[in-house]
Write a protein that binds this ligand. Sequence first.
Ligand code: GAF
Length: 395
Amino acid sequence: LSVQNDLPRFTNTYMQQAIITKFKELYGQEPLLFRSPGRVNLIGEHTDYNDGFVLPAAIDKEIHFAIAPNQTETIRLYSFDMQEQATYSLQTIKRTENSWANYLLGVVAQFQESNYKLNGFDLVFGGNVPIGAGLSSSAAVECGLAFALNQIFGFGLDRFTLAKMAQKAEHEFAGVRCGIMDQFASLFGKKEHVVKLDCRSLAYEYFHFDMSLYRIVLCDTQVKHSLASSEYNTRRMECETGVATLQKHYPDITSLRDVTISMLEKHQPELDPVVYRRCMYVVQENSRVEEACQALQNGDLKLFGEKMYASHNGLQHDYEVSCPELDFLVEETKKHDSVLGARMMGGGFGGCTINIVSIAALDEFTQKMSEAYQKQYNVQLKTYITEIVDGSSQL
Ligand code: GAF
């Protein structure tokens, strides 16, 4: 547990050395080394599984993998963060009670289902992505292993295919019907850029994110969210229910991506009030992503920040995936002129807020936010000042 609590303060270089050392100690051979980042999402929340738009970036909180084939039919896994080992036969890969191993086994199963012949391998993995903080540690693990297996066994799969396999692993072995955003961000991240993804066509566009005056700062509530046991899958169903009702009038629509505000307003009486609010949030959030990207292109970061606040408002009141701690932190930023925008990030119900903060005021911001959080909840706030980095790679 102490290792887990300390994770975010370990540097990437420290983690790489630590897992190489552990690998040699356990398996007595030289590994290959891979890395796979966590992500932030600037705007476009709960839109990915509605075929909508998202604007994530890969960050310098990463999972590292030391890996090598072992010429057997067995996979030997070691989690540096949990300090636990587990061994599985390739003949009988299935979901287990071991939660961390499931993210890896899920990926192995995807290769097998797609008829890519895997041989046995040894693995040590670990990193500094805080777990359960909404930074996609699970996608980083899934994408990193998919990327590494593709390399060491020479399958030649492209990053889209790997992202989809990692997403399916999450569906089938972690039980969360997530969209494609997290896996895409981990594999397609680009240094100093955010990436706008159309989750329907998978067309994507990078936007330079000017870090000369501002930083992306994360404030970690330390309220642990559990996507599977939380309302994530329920939200997805509520959106599908809304689409099914509207399809009676508009047979051509297939998702909320195709729905407009006026369509929703016209058919409001037929929609359950909760479903109506969920759908309205998603439709508005999709427009906000477009508007925010336009603002970025015009260099209007102030407007970009306003869109972030509006996104939080929708997530809090209409989509109802926030929590008091997240709302408190977002509200508190309004006392700081140095903050352009803030909102909850990821699935919700805990985890981090994302804040765009002036570099000149970073210390003051983190200090004042920590004091306020301490006073309100008697909890020491964790803050992470992030850099935007490249997606999964071999080191
Ligand atoms: C989680 C999911 F994994 C993503 O696919 C996305 O839906 C996000 O919640 C909400 O935007 O991170």
